[in-house]
Ligand binder design. Structure first.
Ligand code: ZN
Length: 237
């Protein structure tokens, strides 16, 4: 365990952030979580994240002792500013610049900045987020360089030594399933499958091997493809 103490995890309630929470609970003695209400269509994730926290507490006694406060920050202004498929009821499609219309400009920059403001107040040094550059939707604020630059900016601007951890940065979705299995065995994989919400639609949808969701939106497609690749890899090994 890393005894430099405490971490604040960006927990949206999806597969990636839940895996990051487990990663942090393995390493830090004191873990808090934070999420943002920005008028997202898939608001159900904000409810599922509390279910995820409760299930982890129930099924992992050592982690329960390290899991502390949860913070929900109202970022409604972000929803007002951004005309995207994540905050408006429009169909998902690719824009001419190659970005999906689910891109909310500046979202991760704002999330980490607000998380750092909370961490500053709470005396927490480590920030953990599920950004990933390997198997992502092309969002520029998920890039490793973006996060590293932001770490420098936050440390200069707040006069702290924050460390921004992104344990999934170089993993694809199949490897993220594998990491959940490695961290918390089948119990954690069950929590990810049954209780996390990745789908862009705000419905739990029908139950599939990889969890709940519409099965067709870009987020479901990625999650499903990763689960199939991981489970086929397991059956081969
Ligand atoms: Zn979906």
């Amino acid at each position: 365990m890393n005894d430099d103490g405490a971490a604040l995890v960006l927990l949206s309630g999806g597969q990636d952030s839940t895996t990051c929470l487990a990663w942090a609970l393995e390493r830090f003695a004191h873990v808090e979580t934070i999420a943002f209400d920005y008028g997202q269509r898939h608001r159900i994730e904000l409810e599922q994240r509390l279910v995820v926290r409760a299930e982890i507490r129930k099924r992992f006694a050592p982690w329960a002792e390290r899991l502390f406060d949860d913070h929900l920050v109202d970022l409604g202004v972000l929803g007002q500013l951004s005309e995207t498929a994540l905050t408006r009821n429009v169909a998902f499609h690719m824009e001419e610049d190659g970005l999906p219309n689910t891109f909310v400009p500046g979202r991760n920059l704002l999330f980490f900045t607000f998380a750092a403001a909370v961490a500053w107040r709470r005396g927490i040094r480590n920030l953990v987020g599920g950004m990933c550059e390997t198997d992502f939707s092309g969002y520029p604020d998920c890039r490793d360089d973006t996060i590293k630059a932001l770490q420098v900016a936050l440390n200069l601007g707040m006069d702290r030594r924050f460390v921004l951890h992104t344990p999934l940065m170089w993993l694809d979705k199949a490897a993220t399933w594998a990491l959940a299995r490695q961290l918390g065995g089948d119990a954690l994989v069950d929590i990810v499958r049954e209780h996390t919400h990745t789908c862009y639609e705000s419905v739990r949808g029908s139950h599939q091997a990889w969890g709940y969701g519409c099965g067709t939106c870009p987020a479901c497609a990625l999650r499903k493809r990763g689960y199939i690749a991981w489970s086929e890899g397991r059956s081969l090994s």
